[in-house]
Design a protein around this ligand. Structure first.
Ligand SMILES: [Zn+2]
Length: 190
């Protein structure tokens, strides 16, 4: 058991291994809810240990053009993550690359987001923890407009977190502590 890569090039596999190691060693992961953290670590365990996760390259899937850099299928017992070529891009948009903007590597944040889904997290869980752990390091911060467009009623309550639709405040369901506030205004990371 462990993580299996499918249909990636050797270069992409190296990038994936490095990104997964960054997920595993990011000091901010220790602040995750304990059950999420232990599930995550089971998925990131060395080959031969832990839970199976399949990560598959999906090429330049047409769905990438909808704004998401990847498509994903997940569910308990189905730990499959599908990545498209954009997940490996070192910046979000060409225009973001100026003299003052370093290229942004999105891969660790994307992998982390999808791993939260494989642990049973929904979209608000994945978006919240992606931004708590990889904020400023490749996470994309959604705004309330994005979320209201993408989320149905049930999506605002996750397995671990809950979002106030009026204020954008996201709190942990077990401790009630405030994790992040999603802004009402468009504030995309560039
Ligand atoms: Zn997601």
């Amino acid at each position: 058991m462990g993580i299996e890569f499918r249909r990636f090039t050797a270069v992409q596999e190296r990038k994936l291994r490095k990104a997964l190691e960054e997920v595993r060693t990011n000091p901010r992961t220790t602040q995750l809810p304990p059950d999420l953290l232990s599930m995550l670590m089971l998925r990131l365990a060395k080959v031969g240990e832990g839970e199976y996760v399949g990560i598959t390259f999906r090429g330049n899937d047409a769905r990438c053009s909808e704004g998401s850099p990847l498509t994903v299928a997940y569910g308990l017992g189905h730990h499959n993550i599908f990545l498209c070529a954009k997940a490996f891009a070192e910046k979000d948009r060409a225009e973001a690359l100026t003299a003052t903007h370093q290229p942004k590597r999105r891969l660790p944040a994307i992998l982390f987001h999808e791993l939260v889904h494989t642990c049973g997290g929904n979209e608000v869980d994945a978006e919240t923890f992606e931004n708590c752990v990889f904020g400023g390091e490749g996470a994309t911060l959604p705004d309330m407009k994005d979320l209201k467009e993408r989320f149905s009623e049930v999506d605002f309550k996750g397995r671990w977190v809950e979002m106030n639709r009026r204020t954008g405040k996201v709190t942990r369901r077990d401790t009630g502590s405030l994790l992040i506030t999603f802004s009402a205004r468009r504030r995309r990371e560039k």
